[in-house]
Design a protein around this ligand. Structure first.
Ligand SMILES: *[C@@H]1O[C@H](CO)[C@@H](O)[C@H](O)[C@H]1NC(C)=O
Ligand SMILES: *[C@@H]1O[C@H](CO)[C@@H](O)[C@H](O)[C@H]1NC(C)=O
Ligand SMILES: *[C@@H]1O[C@H](CO)[C@@H](O)[C@H](O)[C@H]1NC(C)=O
Ligand SMILES: *[C@@H]1O[C@H](CO)[C@@H](O)[C@H](O)[C@H]1NC(C)=O
Ligand SMILES: *[C@@H]1O[C@H](CO)[C@@H](O)[C@H](O)[C@H]1NC(C)=O
Ligand SMILES: [Fe+2]
Length: 465
């Protein structure tokens, strides 16, 4: 591995206090031994401030945005009106102008068992200026609400950009802490990459979809102002034939639109976007992915299209990690790993982010693609072309943390710890990006684990490495 654990302890700040946390020392990586309140925690009560319904008849709620095209000049604005369809239009204007333009969206509804959704609006706006702040307004009559967002710079190799990473968020007090820490992190995330498992509404009897609505209101304070890039997790499947719910992903697909057609995908569950200096490929752990399936075809046609001169940073998002050394969900990502890992190495993916396991883990650059059934070569080895695998399923949902780890810590595992938190992927230029993992209990600026990433495609141009 060439990796020497030189830190026998980690020092970090917590609200002005200094704690010393002793790490267990293993041959390969570090296991942070400071385990926080790990048990299941209830969701925030329905009357919590974060779930408040905005005042006024039919006021738009659950406002959230995502990228609306392939290049970053588009945005999809989504919101829900509870009482009637109301206005379908969005008014928007660049911050330095007063001329309001209108865009028109569509409205969808769905039923889930005995739940009927509100009027779910999705409005795509395209051909915005790059790198520009826009205000927008939804609603009608005397209940309108205004928000804003900033479009990314035009894709280019040396455009700095910061992505937040959150997974498995849910709606507990821990979820609220994760979101708050993300918002107050001095390295401001400009776009959030969400690695699946959103509301956990499916943990309620009959998957009580009112918990999808509370979640939508909870995240609005961030997701209305910066795009959240969606990945599906197992908690989005909502497949319950015993109550007549036989269409997988029904609530998710109605509530969260993504620009999948812009990347020649045939499903909203897998797609790609360019954003600044990054090319982001989103795939679905819970859709067919084997050879000949639509998703397999799509990704094998997609990877060769990535132009690393334009977008050097190739990031893959999925829900179920391909490398995880926790006991819970152990080897669940193995089938996808066997099929997709050779592609990730061949196309020099920089980093793969996943969730699912409610904890944090970062891998070394390793691959395990030599096995051919008879040669016995089935152990991860150091591989300079391989991505770093980061599990960031520690958003804070009601199921709690997973603390049980396989022992000894595998050599491929560089750092693992069961604490709630979020990540920041901070792209500096075509060769360098910095990743930091931020625990909820630390000060906002503290990185509990961090890593400089040297771009896999451009690394030979960096003299020191
Ligand atoms: C849906 O059905 C469940 C179980 O019968 C019941 O508890 C709940 O109140 C019902 N909800 C609605 C909106 O009818
Ligand atoms: C505005 O609000 C008032 C008071 O609730 C109501 O009487 C009126 O009809 C509303 N106007 C529109 C256009 O919705
Ligand atoms: C959630 O966090 C926000 C921001 O820190 C805070 O204002 C709010 O009171 C919190 N809500 C709950 C229910 O903890
Ligand atoms: C890749 O992107 C660069 C920079 O935008 C451009 O000059 C070049 O033509 C692109 N290459 C291909 C094959 O499209
Ligand atoms: C890229 O960013 C890294 C980290 O900030 C810096 O050390 C390096 O000099 C930069 N490279 C160029 C070509 O500016
Ligand atoms: Fe999951």
């Amino acid at each position: 591995m060439g990796f020497q654990c030189v830190l026998a302890r980690l020092t970090y700040l917590l609200a002005g206090w200094i704690f010393i946390s002793v790490c267990e020392f293993s041959e390969a990586g570090l296991t942070g031994s400071y385990v926080r309140d790990s048990g299941p925690t209830p969701d925030m009560p329905l009357d919590s401030d974060v779930f408040q319904v905005p005042p006024g008849y039919n006021a738009p709620q659950q406002v959230h945005i995502t990228q609306g095209d392939h290049e970053g000049r588009g945005v999809i604005i989504s919101w829900i009106t509870p009482d009637e369809s109301g206005s379908n239009s969005v008014f928007y204007w660049a911050a330095n102008t007063q001329i309001k333009k209108a865009a028109y969206g569509i409205v969808v509804r769905y039923k889930y068992y005995n739940y009927t959704s509100g009027y779910i609006h999705h409005c795509t706006i395209k051909n915005l200026y790059f790198d520009t702040k826009y205000h927008y307004e939804v609603g009608s009559g005397n209940v309108t609400r205004q928000f804003w967002f900033v479009t990314p710079p035009q894709p280019g190799p040396d455009v700095p950009y910061t992505f937040g990473l959150i997974g498995d968020l849910g709606q507990t007090h821990n979820s609220n802490r994760t979101l708050t820490h993300y918002e107050l992190n001095p390295v401001k995330g400009q776009t959030l990459l969400f690695v699946g498992d959103l509301s956990y509404a499916d943990n309620y009897p009959f998957h009580d979809n009112t918990r999808w609505d509370t979640w939508g209101r909870f995240i609005e304070r961030n997701a209305a102002y910066q795009p959240w890039i969606w990945t599906v997790g197992n908690h989005e499947i909502d497949f319950v034939p015993t109550i007549g719910e036989t269409k997988p992903f029904k609530p998710y697909k109605h509530r969260f639109f993504v620009p999948y057609r812009e990347s020649e995908s045939t499903s909203p569950l897998w797609y790609s976007i360019k954003r600044a200096s990054a090319y982001i490929i989103v795939i679905s752990s819970y859709s067919a992915f084997g050879k000949y399936t639509p998703q397999y075809r799509w990704i094998t046609e997609e990877l060769p299209k990535v132009n690393r001169t334009e977008t050097p940073w190739l990031i893959v998002l999925m829900h179920c990690p391909m490398y995880s050394s926790y006991v819970h969900h152990y080897m669940e990502g193995e089938t996808m790993r066997v099929i997709y890992e050779p592609w990730f190495v061949e196309y020099k993916v920089d980093v793969v982010f996943a969730g699912h396991v409610h904890a944090y883990e970062r891998s070394e650059r390793i691959s395990n693609i030599a096995y051919n059934v008879v040669n016995g070569l089935c152990t991860p080895i150091t591989d300079d072309s391989a991505p770093v695998y980061i599990t960031i399923g520690d958003g804070g949902n009601q199921e709690g943390l997973v603390t049980e780890m396989t022992e000894p810590q595998p050599k491929y595992s560089a750092y693992r710890e069961a604490s709630y938190g979020h990540g920041i992927f901070d792209i500096k230029n075509r060769t360098h990006a910095h990743f930091g993992w931020h625990r909820n209990q630390d000060g906002f600026a503290v990185e509990a684990d961090s890593l400089w990433l040297v771009n896999r495609y451009w690394k030979s141009s960096v003299s020191t490495l």
